[in-house]
Write a protein that binds this ligand. Structure first.
Ligand code: AMP
Length: 280
């Protein structure tokens, strides 16, 4: 497995592969990898001849008050993790390699990005769409892998690829959880022991939604109210949003009568965590 930091090195390697007729899968990440990322790499390994993992903490998708500086990083550990899972190449650029001086072109999206995380993170999806488009142009993968943990991001990327005629198959992979239910996240490392315990309200409220839906409940209000009550019982938790949206458009719905997403964002102390349930 090779680790490269320049766009030209990635291009050279991918060109060689393509000359040999090999297929390429891309797993975009911000590093500090865990089994959630691992499931994407494993899926890519199973479906492509070559697997590229990008590790880039993308400044453009962080707001001015967010955790860009403190975001956890450990390239040595990430490299060993990728190697063990059979990745072929890690692309680990510095911000200057991705955004040269005078950079001024962006990929943006309306509608889908104006709900959920887009409300509390107004610059986030422009940063995501721009960096993912750049990665797609650099790596030119046949397939790219994204986690359902970031369900809005997955919907946005699928929509972008469709809108802009990008010839790349987007593969969504299920949420990987800790044994006690907490969705795995690089940001879980921010949590103190007390906060780690409190963070279980996210998966518990998702489980509550699942139980209500399994029992035949279709009212978004009833589901949201039950989840909100459960989360509010935890003193360390502060709700950003609890919503039921159309899974394709991300717009709020009153009744679950189509493919829907029950999505939550909750602060545990200063750490903002997300979780969701896709109702098919
Ligand atoms: P990140 O490094 O947080 O930007 O995540 C990179 C990719 O890994 C995104 O597509 C995420 O949705 C995915 N991912 C992160 N955590 C999980 C998880 N617990 N289960 C499945 N996919 C995940």
């Amino acid at each position: 497995m090779e680790i490269v930091s320049s766009v030209s090195e990635v291009r050279d390697r991918v060109k060689e592969w393509k000359r040999e007729g090999l297929s390429v899968g891309l797993v975009p990440t911000m590093g500090y990898l865990h089994e959630g990322h691992g499931s994407l790499i494993t899926a890519a390994r199973g479906q492509n001849d070559k697997v590229v993992v990008s590790i880039f903490v993308n400044p453009m998708q962080f707001g001015p008050t967010e955790d860009l500086a403190s975001y956890p990083r450990d390239l040595d550990k990430d490299s060993a993790f990728c190697k063990a899972l059979g990745a072929d190449l890690i692309f680990h650029p510095e911000p200057e390699e991705m955004y040269h001086e005078g950079f001024s072109s962006y990929v943006d999206m309306s509608v889908l990005t104006e709900e959920l995380c887009g409300l509390s993170r107004p610059v986030h999806f422009r940063g995501v769409c721009t960096v993912v488009t750049k990665l797609f142009h650099i790596v030119t993968p046949d397939r790219a892998y994204f986690g359902e943990k970031d369900a809005q991001q997955l919907a946005v990327i699928k929509h972008m690829v469709d809108d802009l005629n990008m010839d790349i198959e987007i593969v969504g992979c299920p949420i990987v959880r800790e044994e006690d239910g907490l969705a795995k996240s690089s940001r879980n490392t921010y949590l103190s022991d007390k906060e780690r315990e409190a963070a279980l309200v996210l998966s518990r409220s998702i489980q509550k939604a699942q139980e209500l839906i399994d029992a035949g409940e279709t009212s978004a209000d009833v589901i949201v109210d039950a989840m909100t009550a459960l989360i509010n019982r935890e003193p360390l938790a502060k709700i950003d949003y609890v919503k039921v949206v159309d899974a394709l458009t991300m717009q709020q719905i009153k009744t679950i009568d189509r493919s829907a997403l029950v999505a939550i964002a909750v602060y545990i102390g200063k750490t903002r965590l997300i979780d969701n349930l896709h109702v098919k």
